[in-house]
Design a protein around this ligand. Structure first.
Ligand code: HAM
Length: 427
């Protein structure tokens, strides 16, 4: 019988990979907590209308990429293609937005029916942060500074660059859009097919077309910045000032528009060249109209989400994951000879309970040599070896598996103390 395979674009995360994911998730969540963000978990399935009303009816996500189905009650439901809409829905539904600032973060799978390729999947994972109730430019800067700090912690700061733009308020954008459409309509023959289609449905997206002829036409197009109010401009320049003072380098990209309709004012993307075509690893912006648009009381909001698969790929390609961060076993216990396994159980428990260590005890017997092979393969840092001789003397042999550091024989109690210290120092 043919074996059933996973769905294209939806990946299994294997145990060889999961330590890097855990390291990444731990690093991000520690940093988010250090900035006062608290975790929220939303369902994976929502009413389809939530995404239509927030992301926008005429975006690629809603038009072409959602996993939408009718459930047994006849309701139209969709797998979430992103987290912001659900987060706003949940925060408003549970009264978290009433007269208060709210800093929330979430992590989990998102679903988009895109063409799978390196860095682009149909089930992918995001870690996102959303902050509600703050309208000033300082929080825009704080969020970006937070992400810049993350790249530093991960050791990838020189491989990502920040692109930033302001999209203004909806009314400012509307005036610009009208003039842009009027201009582009005069050059419609020179536009690529996608852009021709977008001229009707979502003209702003034409700005980030990768097509060269379209880009040439855009060179003489009206500029959004000429349509922005004083208030919008000064908000943006304050954000840039804060970033400058914090030493976060950026490049203002007037053609950065984002693929979701809910943004206003600041938008940004962190981009890398090290992944090929799918180079955006983190993206976000301000969405001051969204809460109200979804039926809540007007509340400013801003946030970002990063693509976990893309960042994990980057960490691996740049080889910046510290070996200790992804080690899953500290000590492997080799017990060979009559009566040694009984003692090994005891030592393993002591090391786990008193030392807080991760201990793999050899199971199923085997010669000393074959057990040592297993110890090497386990990835443990240290082998604790117990033979009949050691058992008799109340001793064990401690062997460092990561270096040619040799081995030493210690009394069993001393060995526990020694190992506790060794791993404490390592942090
Ligand atoms: P987004 O730009 O659609 O924004 O997605 C954010 C990040 O998710 C992207 O920069 C990318 O790293 C990752 N990503 C998106 N699609 C895929 C895919 N098919 N495969 C792998 N990774 C992918 C949002 O989702 C907004 N909710 C961000 C936000 C939060 N804005 C404000 N708050």
């Amino acid at each position: 019988m043919a074996k059933i395979q996973a769905i294209r674009g939806m990946n299994d995360l294997l145990p060889t990979e999961s330590p890097v994911w855990q390291y990444f998730e731990r690093t991000v969540s520690d940093l988010l907590k250090a900035y006062g963000y608290r975790e929220i978990r939303m369902p994976i399935v929502e009413q389809t209308e939530l995404f239509c009303r927030s992301i926008g009816e005429v975006t690629d996500i809603v038009e072409k990429e959602m996993y939408t189905f009718t459930d047994r009650n006849g309701d139209s439901l969709s797998l979430r293609p992103e987290g912001t809409a659900s987060c706003v829905r949940a925060a408003d539904q549970h009264g978290l937005l009433f007269n208060q600032t709210q800093r929330l973060w979430y992590a989990g799978p998102m679903f988009r029916h895109e063409r799978p390729q390196k860095g682009r999947y149909r089930q992918f994972h995001q870690i996102g942060a959303e902050c509600f109730g703050l309208a000033g430019p300082d929080i825009d800067a704080e969020l970006i500074i937070l992400t810049a700090g993350l790249w530093k912690k991960l050791g990838i700061q020189s491989d990502v660059t920040l692109q930033i733009n302001t999209l203004g308020l909806p009314e400012e954008r509307a005036a610009f859009k009208a003039d842009l459409v009027a201009y582009l309509s005069k050059h419609v023959d020179q536009l690529d097919e996608d852009s021709q289609r977008r001229l009707e449905s979502n003209p702003l997206r034409i700005l980030d077309s990768k097509n060269e002829t379209t880009q040439q036409v855009l060179n003489d197009a009206p500029l959004l910045e000429d349509y922005l109010s004083e208030e919008t401009r000064s908000h943006f320049s304050s954000v840039l000032d804060y970033l400058k003072q914090a030493g976060v380098a950026y490049s203002v990209n007037p053609r950065l528009v984002r693929g979701l309709d809910y943004y206003s004012k600041t938008v940004f993307e962190w981009v890398t060249e090290s992944l090929g075509a799918q180079g955006t690893v983190c993206a976000g912006g301000r969405y001051d109209g969204l809460v109200e648009q979804l039926g809540g009381k007007a509340t400013p909001g801003i946030g970002f989400a990063m693509g976990v698969e893309r960042l994990v790929l980057m960490l691996k390609e740049l080889d910046v994951v510290p070996a200790e961060a992804i080690r899953t076993v500290d000590v492997f216990i080799v017990a060979a000879g009559e009566g040694t396994q009984q003692k090994a159980f005891e030592l393993a428990s002591t090391l786990r309970e008193e030392g807080g260590l991760r201990v793999l005890q050899n199971m199923g017997g085997g010669s000393f040599k074959s057990q040592m092979k297993k110890a090497d393969k386990s990835g443990a840092r240290v082998a604790l070896i117990l033979g009949e001789q050691e058992l008799e003397n109340g001793e064990v042999v401690i062997k460092d598996l990561t270096a040619e550091a040799g081995q030493r024989t210690l009394g069993q109690e001393d060995a526990v103390i020694h190992l506790k210290k060794l791993f404490d120092n390592q942090g």
